[in-house]
Design a protein around this ligand. Structure first.
Ligand SMILES: Nc1nc2c(ncn2[C@@H]2O[C@H](COP(=O)(O)OP(=O)(O)O)[C@@H](O)[C@H]2O)c(=O)[nH]1
Ligand SMILES: [Mg+2]
Length: 450
């Protein structure tokens, strides 16, 4: 095993930066770059020197974590050096000159995983913590780091292994019809695991949304107030707003956190040139996003009744759930805010001038996109990645095949192979068994230094 090093903090001007190394040569690197040895697990100020020239590189806060009590489970050296474009780079160069090599993306965490410091689900949660941009995603990631999902998967796996054990008994003593384990008990246990897997799979769609953000497409007639709404929800002046219809040239996308939940907000592209159906109706919409939309925020000025064309557009929506925004509510009195009886979508009067209704709108959006996670208790595990859903579906398929086999005349030895395969899928999910390509995929998403 060689020794890796990386700058672990983001580049740019900053008070401090962290540079670290992990591997068997760490003590050697310490003696080549510092004049005095470092005690274990106690940060001390030291001059870091270039191993060849002996030149002082930086005064650093150096901590030595001996294996196995470190992030990676190996010997680790962590340097808090000065930030900025140059100082961390020079400290890093000194570590390379002393025998380390540049770490691959995610290699520290990969080593932690291989040394049993964390399982694969925890490793993924670290990625979510680093990338997280909403409170809800952060909460799910912390829970996953605490092994919330891991524990649930382990329980399911153990339950399957128990079924296997009961079945082995059945195989060994087939003539004992009324032996200590009647067949229906094994099948009942398998059915119970199956339904728990299904419940977990039900969280997958929203778990994915928590990571990706709910795709929310703003639509409506030119001048309805779409770009103003986009800006108000983003909290910054980003999109050009004018009285001139059709000024938004391209689709604009922003990831925003509303009520602690992530939304991918999309404002309308200029569709003047592409005269499709939507255009003929006089409705602007970011069409290339529409098919995948989770929510369509439809803007109609307060006090104006939606035209038949607009109602047709809403009725023709295939994917996104409509939420009607009665824009420019500051321009009308109470009569102009009356909800349209013929629409059963949520309807919210909003003014980007006074701020009226923006809070209520964000509540409606959270309810519309994340009703499932709102209903879950805070500690319930969520399935957050396609990889998780894939392995759970595989386990589900094998359990179904097992139950089918048991209800036909298939030999118990053959039925048992389905239980083994179901357990195997959950083992891959945890990373107990981790094929290289799975690891490459998981850790390839990390940044260097993590
Ligand atoms: N009084 C008032 N005017 C608004 C409000 N929202 C937008 N407007 C105005 O309506 C016009 C069109 O807005 P814009 O956001 O560009 O509409 P878009 O074409 O749908 O993107 C601009 O003059 C805005 O200043 C609002 O809440 N109250
Ligand atoms: Mg616009």
């Amino acid at each position: 095993m060689d020794t890796i090093a990386a700058i672990s903090t983001a580049p740019g001007r900053s008070a401090i930066a962290i540079v670290r190394a992990s591997g068997p040569q760490v003590t050697d690197i310490i003696s080549r770059t510092m004049r005095q040895p470092l005690p274990e697990r106690r940060p001390l100020l030291r001059w870091l020197r270039h191993p060849q020239s002996g030149e002082r590189v930086d005064r650093v806060l150096a901590t030595y974590f001996p294996a196995p009590q470190s992030y990676t489970g190996e010997d680790v050296l962590e340097l808090g050096c000065h930030g900025g474009p140059l100082a961390p780079q020079l400290a890093f160069d000194a570590l390379l000159a002393a025998g380390a090599r540049q770490a691959e993306p995610g290699e520290f965490t990969r080593r932690a995983f291989l040394n049993g410091k964390l399982d694969l689900l925890q490793a993924e949660s670290i990625l979510d913590l680093v990338d997280g941009r909403s409170r809800a995603q952060h909460r799910a990631a912390v829970h996953q780091l605490e092994r919330g999902l891991s524990r649930r998967i382990e329980e399911l796996r153990e339950a399957i292994v128990r079924c296997e054990a009961l079945l082995v008994y059945d195989i060994d003593f087939p003539e004992e019809d009324d032996g200590p384990v009647p067949g229906w008990e094994i099948e009942g246990a398998a059915r119970e695991v199956l339904s728990r897997i299904e419940r977990l799979l039900e969280t997958a769609a929203e778990g994915e949304l928590l990571r990706e953000g709910a795709l929310t497409v703003i639509a409506g007639r030119p001048n309805a107030g779409k770009s103003s709404l986009f800006n108000a929800l983003c909290g910054v002046e980003r999109v050009i707003v004018t009285d001139e219809p059709g000024t938004t040239r391209d689709a604009v996308e922003a990831l925003v956190s509303l009520g602690g939940y992530p939304f991918r907000l999309v404002d309308t592209a200029g569709l003047r040139e592409a005269a499709g159906k939507v255009e003929r109706l006089g409705v602007e919409v970011a069409r290339r996003y529409l098919a995948g939309a989770d929510i369509v925020l439809f803007c109609v000025e307060a006090g104006r009744h939606p035209s038949d064309d607009e109602l047709d557009f809403l009725a023709g929506l295939e994917g996104g759930v409509p939420v009607l925004v009665r824009t420019k509510s500051d321009l009308v009195g109470t009569a102009g805010r009356e909800p349209f009886a013929e629409l059963d979508a949520p309807q919210v009067p909003v003014s980007t001038v006074t701020g009226e209704g923006l809070g209520e709108l964000s509540d409606r959006l959270v309810e519309t996109a994340f009703s499932g996670s709102l209903a879950l208790e805070a500690e319930a595990p969520l399935v957050t990645r396609e990889r998780h859903a894939r392995e759970l579906r595989r386990a589900r398929g094998e359990l179904e095949a097992f139950l089918d086999a048991r209800s036909s005349s298939i030999a118990p030895e053959v039925a048992a192979t389905h239980l083994r395969a179901a357990a195997h899928a959950l083992e891959e999910l945890l990373g107990v068994i981790a094929p290289d390509e799975v690891l490459a995929h998981v850790f390839g998403e990390f940044c260097i230094g993590k």
